[in-house]
Design a protein around this ligand. Structure first.
Ligand code: ATR
Length: 277
């Protein structure tokens, strides 16, 4: 049976096996999808062993997306621009194709599931790590009015700005640099929610914001979404939809068929509520 895996560290709480198993049921594919924990210094060996045993493809999660980028022998354009890889497809000829479906997953969740067109919008992206860099190109491809990147360490935001200059209107700096500006959409791509923390976003930045989006997901509101709600933002979304959408893009790369995401997003939300702390 064809086997796929999500590789990470830690990976036990990954919802990818849950999601891909449902996609397989929905599309009638016979496959196995497992969670594979790699030692922090053993990413490459774990990948190569998995492929040797017949693995067909992988999803890559924290903290290996940059190592996956380095290991891929061929890259899609979006993975190449992001300099990070979240999907491998092991090719017959021995090549490892590296793709990055995170950004398109975010865009599809916002534009299709949340019905929020990005064209012409003022967007603030918070964070300048791997999660942020993966979504910048697909966001710019929707032709927003402006994409601003804010980070505690502004130098990292400026590096990203330089990396993507030429793809669209993009500015970068510290959170305070954007005080007084209006944003239609604010996206949290920091890892602050993982530590139950709030990025230092000035409250006035959220005044008049139509949608607050946290790329992490949780059974309850993240600190950023709580904060946005307190500032009067009514449209709040976490990353559960993005997770299912990026998985659907990976599934499509492997199987040539794009599964229906809406029912799986609902199932994932039920699952998260069942296991809420
Ligand atoms: P990832 O691959 O998940 O993006 P990362 O590369 O470690 O992880 O990047 C984490 C991002 O979250 C960084 O932008 C980090 O800001 P700094 O570069 O200034 O460290 C941001 N981050 C983490 N905790 C944060 C917090 N409590 N408040 C604001 N930003 C935070």
């Amino acid at each position: 049976m064809d086997t796929y895996a999500v590789i990470g560290n830690p990976v036990t709480h990954s919802k990818s096996p849950f999601i891909h198993t449902r996609f397989a049921q929905q599309t009638g594919r016979i496959m196995r999808y497992i969670a594979l924990s790699a030692p922090l210094d053993g990413f490459e060996q774990t990948v190569l062993d998995f492929r040797k045993e017949g693995g067909k493809g992988m999803n890559i999660t924290v903290p290996f997306k940059f190592e996956a980028y380095a290991l891929a022998s061929r890259l899609t354009d979006r993975a190449s621009a992001a300099r990070a890889v979240n999907t491998f497809r092991f090719e017959e000829a021995g090549e490892i194709l590296g793709d990055n479906t995170d950004g398109i997953g975010l865009v599809r969740d916002i534009e299709i599931n949340l019905n929020f067109p990005l064209e012409g919008k003022q967007i603030l992206l918070m964070g300048a790590g791997g999660a942020a860099s993966g979504v910048i190109l697909p966001l710019l491809q929707q032709h927003p009015g402006l994409l601003a990147i804010a980070n505690r360490n502004p130098d990292k935001a400026v590096l990203l700005q330089q990396q993507f200059t030429g793809y669209g209107d993009i500015v970068a700096g510290h959170y305070q640099d954007f005080t007084g500006q209006h944003f239609d959409l604010i996206i949290n791509a920091t890892s602050a929610s993982l530590h139950n923390a709030l990025p230092p976003v000035p409250a006035d930045l959220l005044h008049g914001t139509a949608l607050a989006y946290d790329m992490l997901y949780s059974s309850r509101l993240t600190p950023f979404l709580e904060f946005a709600k307190a500032q009067g933002v009514t449209h709040l979304a976490d990353g559960a939809g993005m997770l299912v959408e990026q998985a659907a893009e990976s599934f499509s790369l492997w199987h040539g068929i794009h599964p229906e995401t809406q029912p799986v997003i609902r199932q994932l939300r039920d699952e998260l509520h069942c296991h809420a702390p």
